[in-house]
Design a protein around this ligand. Structure first.
Ligand SMILES: [Zn+2]
Length: 166
């Protein structure tokens, strides 16, 4: 049991860093599609969270545009997560005994994996100031629990396998 993988330094990512590219299940063909900022929404003054989005599927060619004012971030892990714009199920998610483990994209999944694998977790100096809740700080308790580590890493692997299989 000496598989220590070193330190994990919270890179200060927030959920907002990961929603610029979200992998979802295509509503048309059921394969992996992407939700990305739409080119027509390149207003540099607007908040990136609310810029228009495009859902594009390389499998069937579906292309949809979202322009709205309401963004629905998935609450918690009790049910499958959906993307905040089109409400499509995330592609990178799997159910565990504790809840749904989900990620917006591979970078997000990798951050979770590195966090869970690390034996020593460092907090950024901003952590306790309340200025900015990082993604890692927001992870549900069951993902942070050391005794769940192996199970969560297996869940991450299952997500990876499902992506490769497509
Ligand atoms: Zn499709």
């Amino acid at each position: 049991m000496a598989l220590l993988s070193g330190r994990f330094r919270d890179p200060r990512s927030t959920e907002y860093d990961f929603i610029s590219s979200i992998i979802v299940r295509c509503p048309s063909c059921g394969k992996a599609a992407r939700v990305v900022p739409a080119p027509e929404g390149s207003d540099p003054g607007g908040r990136i969270l609310f810029r228009p989005r495009r859902l594009v599927c390389g499998g069937c060619g579906l292309s949809r545009v979202w322009t709205g004012r309401l963004v629905a971030l998935s609450p918690g892990t009790a049910q499958p997560a959906t993307d905040p714009y089109f409400g499509m199920p995330l592609w990178l998610q799997v159910e565990t005994r504790h809840g749904w483990l989900w990620a917006c994209n591979l970078e997000h999944l990798d951050l979770i994996r590195r966090f869970v694998r690390a034996s020593l977790r460092e907090r950024g100096p901003w952590y306790d100031t309340g200025q900015k809740m990082t993604l890692v700080a927001c992870l549900p308790v069951w993902i942070k629990r050391a005794r769940n580590r192996d199970e969560i890493l297996r869940a991450v692997s299952r997500i990876h396998v499902s992506l490769v299989a497509t």
